[in-house]
Design a protein around this ligand. Sequence first.
Ligand SMILES: [Zn+2]
Length: 261
Amino acid sequence: MPLTRRDFLILLGMGSALGATGGLGMGYLLLGSDSSNASELPTPTANATLVARLKTAERPPVVKRSGWSARDVNYKEADEENGLYSLTNPEGWREYEEQLRAVYNTIVIHHSSMYEDDDVSTMQAIQDLHMDSRGWADIGYHFGIGKNGVVYEGRSVQVRGTHTEGHNTGTLGICLLGNFEEEIPTIAQVNSAHEMVNWLALRLRITHLAAHRDFNSITQCPGKNLYPLLDQMASQALLKRGTDGYLVSPEQIVTPECCSE
Ligand SMILES: [Zn+2]
């Protein structure tokens, strides 16, 4: 079930606007539950219910790259993702050859910080920034989520992202469009994020959900108005919160042929 307006305001710490007590510190809140359950920890029964619901969750509709006129990938010319990944070119464009279920462990939530006239122009502007200024071969995020909850396909999930410095291998980047240091994400946006997290977590065997700033403390991303919602985003998908699920990048543990036993 999607978040109600009541759940949403409580999660934002604005429960007093509804006459409710408590706020961000109230702990686990069952998705779509009555607020009387708000302070209860999940029970095995609740977990079983959640698991059953998650298993039947359908992927929200995703606007493909062509739907927002994405540019073509250009790893042959990009400064920072130059050429295909290999042991001698570890920063290169990496198309995962493994089963994706064996690759991904953590979903990382971002905000775009910028917002143009609409979602589509914002997706395009992010891609331009990432390709033309950052030197990446494509937009860095795997998905964008617009103001009305529309999900946009970013970089292929078959390819390593460029969204969390030093922690891109095995992390899936989802970016909510907007600057949540200054504004508040919409309910539709947060509900779509929940749906995508649910679906991806189950299909890709994700174990953890983290904020960008959990990995890179130098950034405010995803902003102070989105960050407090991530505990709920993780718990409703039965994910652990934080960076502990991140595994050492496979390229760092591969033993070159020269040196193997
Ligand atoms: Zn970020």
